[in-house]
Design a protein around this ligand. Structure first.
Ligand code: SAH
Length: 252
């Protein structure tokens, strides 16, 4: 059996209870060494085989899984954050389906949640933004036409950019051409939830300059939007005057 597990964004106690249990019981671990905190490996049992997928191909990863399966062993495939985001798990699952190898998936805390915690922010503020766009700047990995950053920027909503820290000059240009004002608040969150976590608040027009000044080139998320500002409406849910299914408001 193969268990795909979200390791969480970095802090080793941000893996789920289910993920931690499976990690402690498994015979083989294949972990994404470039981003998963190696401290998580301390949970492994004696004799557990460990592979770092950072230098492996998909075929090699599948080979390890297949061998383990033939030997009646369990394998944990440990992905950073939540595996459904930029995790390349679909191709692994499809290959396992084709080979008839069973698997399950345990979700994880994504780094975009870790970044909000680091920022002490709420992505969805009433009257500011009720939508979050999770995307990346097209680089060596292309982005489908129609999802270009400039186009997405036209919504003006909360945006979280993965895998784009090395491309901030283009990010800035696309965001501003698309519709964000240069002074729109932005933040770079480096290694959210790790001991080295750093938060740099800036504006859309100073993203690249900020990253250069602070020497941030990777393992960071770029967050953009009015949610980082000071103005918002309070929620209806906790407004004394507002009636809803669980509470009667003070005014009709
Ligand atoms: N599945 C992961 C994302 C993998 S893509 C998740 O859900 O978080 C890898 C990118 O995620 C990195 O380039 C970086 O942009 C971002 N990232 C991962 N961990 C991070 C962290 N702790 N802090 C900031 N960004 C992080």
């Amino acid at each position: 059996m193969i268990h795909f597990i979200g390791a969480g964004p970095g802090a080793p106690d941000l893996i789920t209870l289910r993920g931690a249990k499976l990690l402690g019981e498994t015979d083989v671990i294949i972990y994404a060494g470039s981003l998963v905190n190696p401290a998580l490996l301390d949970r492994r049992k004696d004799g557990c085989q460990v592979y770092d997928s950072a230098s492996m191909t998909l075929e090699e990863v599948l080979g390890v899984m297949e061998t383990a399966e033939a030997e009646g062993k369990d394998t944990v495939r440990l992905h950073t954050g939540d595996p459904s985001l930029y995790g390349a798990i679909r191709e692994q699952m499809d290959a396992l389906d084709a080979k008839g190898i069973p698997y399950d998936v345990t979700p994880g805390v994504s780094s975009f949640s870790g970044a909000a915690a680091a920022l002490r922010a709420e992505y969805t503020l009433p009257d500011v933004s009720q939508s979050v766009i999770i995307t990346r700047m097209a680089g060596r990995t292309p982005v489908p036409e129609g999802e270009g950053l400039r186009k997405l920027a036209s919504h003006g909503c909360t945006m979280v950019l993965f895998l784009s820290t090395g491309l901030l000059d283009q990010v800035e240009r696309e965001l501003m051409t698309g519709g964000y004002a240069p002074e729109t608040p932005a933040a770079i969150v480096y290694k959210a939830t790790w001991p080295e976590e750093k938060v740099f608040r800036c504006t859309v027009s100073t993203l690249a300059e900020t990253a250069r000044r602070e020497h941030i080139t990777k393992t960071a998320l770029i967050t953009v939007g009015g949610f980082l500002g000071t103005d918002y409406d309070r929620s209806k849910l906790y407004d004394p005057a507002f009636t809803h299914g669980c509470r009667k408001g003070s005014e009709p």
